[in-house]
Design a protein around this ligand. Sequence first.
Ligand SMILES: Nc1ncnc2c1ncn2[C@@H]1O[C@H](COP(=O)(O)OP(=O)(O)OP(=O)(O)O)[C@@H](O)[C@H]1O
Ligand SMILES: [Mg+2]
Length: 453
Amino acid sequence: MAKVKSKYVCQNCGYETAGYLGKCPECGSWGSFVEEIDAPSAKSENEILDSNPPMKLSQIEMNSEIRLSTNISEFDRVLGGGIVQGSLILIAGDPGIGKSTILLQTSGELCNAGKKVLYVSAEESASQVKLRAERLGVKSDNLYIYPQTNLELIKKNIEALKPDLVIVDSIQAIYTSQIQSSAGSVSQIRECCNSLMGTAKSENISIIVIGHVTKEGNIAGPKVLEHMVDTVIQFEGDKYKTYRILRSIKNRFGNTSEVGIFEMGAKGLKEVLNPSQLFLKEYSQTQTPGSTIIVTNEGTRPLLVEIQALVGTTPYPAPRRVANGVDTGRVLQILAVLEKRIGLNLSKQDVYVNVIGGIDVDEPAADLGIALAIVTCVRDVVFDLSTAIVGELGLSGEIRAVNHIEKRITEAQKLGFKRIIIPDANDVQEKFEGIEVIKIRRILEAITKGITK
Ligand SMILES: Nc1ncnc2c1ncn2[C@@H]1O[C@H](COP(=O)(O)OP(=O)(O)OP(=O)(O)O)[C@@H](O)[C@H]1O
Ligand SMILES: [Mg+2]
């Protein structure tokens, strides 16, 4: 085994030390030290063969991109149309969110389509995987389950079996004998990922690795892990609800910020093809002052979600502002605009804003919906049940244009909304039937047009 030397490097400023430090003496950040290994190179410079000399762009022969369809359309959508052959994909998510479930289901679908899949189960025994497979109704002789944690053995079997897809569950549980540190350490994760990347490219086999998420919600392991792989997919969801969201946060072969929505059940994850309906299920029954419907954009897909606001007199010296699913800074800005532009006095009021369904809305197009939810709660009036809202709120109370307006209107129309409030600045060419498009310039207009009682 090669002799290795380790050092600890601050990920913030690059300060190096021989032992671990809690606080960086250079930049003062806490918990930023990560172990780095200096492994001596096995080959000298003269031994390394330059098999890929520099080439002119015109000389490069292009291989057409081959994609494996998972047969799960929501998953394909997030991947940008399927798994690209020879790519390394990282799926990260909280414990118990359903990472193993979706990948076992995907394996089943691919095997049914005649592909060979190797499922490396580093965390669970073969019988545990079989138990899950039975529950999910996955059965195929093309699916190989391999309970193994040693990377060298895993690679040997990949080369021998030549599967179309390899799943490694999880990257934190495997180790390479090249490094002495224990499985799950930063250097192990980095080396294993690097080595798997090499196998994916040289054997032209797609590999999906599962990654755990830390308490803070980051992918456990060095940030470089995200840079190394071709695609990073985050598996999110509300632990107390049944639906789960797959979100692409990096994709070398497709659109990012694309989402796929699933519902978790005893038979595994089921695609939700009409997610707006899912998010609006309880809306008509719970229509109260302080709730509005906005049309947000998730990737390329419009989604209708309910925003709720609660405003009440504060018992504290400083009023509280709590936002779930939207940025608190954004809510503070909206509150400032409401105070200044329409004279809403909120200085002695607590304000709570919540996006129903545990989904995160991070685009400014939600501003107007949030503002109207707050206004209707303060005034104790109900916003028209059949009106959807889109628009960004400017600091002077003006409503600014949003992107993909026609797609948003179509989605609201599809779900039976009778009216939609949009910014006047948006140029809408298409004619829509069955839905009245109301264009507004200022926040006050939206209030007068949408409040029914
Ligand atoms: N019989 C069942 N009926 C319904 N849902 C179930 C059933 N068994 C498991 N689940 C769901 O599956 C989830 C666990 O899925 P899975 O093992 O795929 O998660 P994971 O992300 O791989 O977890 P880990 O991080 O522990 O590996 C549970 O949290 C639960 O929601
Ligand atoms: Mg698992």
